[in-house]
Design a protein around this ligand. Sequence first.
Ligand code: NAP
Length: 309
Amino acid sequence: MAYRIAVIGLGKIAMDQHLPCIAKNKDFQLVAGVSRNAKLDSVPCFESLAALIAGGIAVDAVALCTPPSVRLAMARQALDAGYHVLIEKPPTPTVGEMVAMIDYARAKKRVLYATWHSRYNKAVDEAKARLAGKHITKMKVIWREDVRRWHPNQEWIWEPGGFGVFDPGINALSIVTKIMPEPIFVERAVIEVPSNKATPIAAQIKFKHADGGSANMSADFDWRQTGEQTWEIEIATADGMSLFLKRGGSILEINGKQIMEAPLEEYELIYEHFPELLKRGETFADVAPLQLVCDCFMLGRPALVEAFV
Ligand code: NAP
């Protein structure tokens, strides 16, 4: 029998990815939507999660597609109602809230699935396999995109807890923390914040290995890039391999030669993974990408830049 799922927060990503992927996946049946403004024609819609719960519709799981700042309270409410919970990235505004969410799901014996969509790419899996057991001497992340194109009229993203440029930047870090054979740590960062906003529009980060050994590892996030968007990760290893992930992790080059171009099916793969977790009753929620972002805010040097309008 298909899992009965409700989508909470009918905004851009729910409409672009969650609803179409649920519609074409036989393991799920959409039974409701929750939004204060939007409605769906095909299923009953409610203005709040509380109204959905009170409505008496049978629900096995919810997909929380709201901004991160409201996720912990919503996840707890859903878990209290006996629902399993899938959450968009970034999972929560702080590590403390994410740990609390994981603990709460365990206590309620329900599945919590923190999705990290950029990890769901066959070229990313191949990069991880190629880097296994190697020592990294260089890592250069360039993640530059146009905020107006990807987050039109989204004011929450500029408010505290909205992550600013770390909203896409955490996608890069979710790939990095998946494929790197050893954990990395933030050494220092410069965080550029527009004078009229609370969250960063750009950031330059230096990373280090745990042993402090020399490594050239950096990330450059920028939300002011118009035209072609750049989502690239370049890695070199001590034994002379150079690995290049392009187009958000869908194209993989090894030593200058393209070896894979994977189809973009991140959300399809997420909704293939979720039933496996539900069958096993297993929570799957890696804190590592969020920890790196929080560490950037902890160690970063703020720089005020021109207002963004
Ligand atoms: P969005 O378009 O602003 O949609 C967010 C939804 O959440 C809206 O339906 C809004 O609906 C609801 N919402 C907003 N504030 C709320 C609040 N305080 N309480 C309850 N509901 C609230 O944002 P989005 O782009 O879809 O992003 C949502 C999440 O998906 C973010 O974490 C983002 O990082 C992630 N994501 C986005 C993209 C993308 O391309 N935009 C890609 C991948 C992942 P109502 O106001 O009608 O209730």
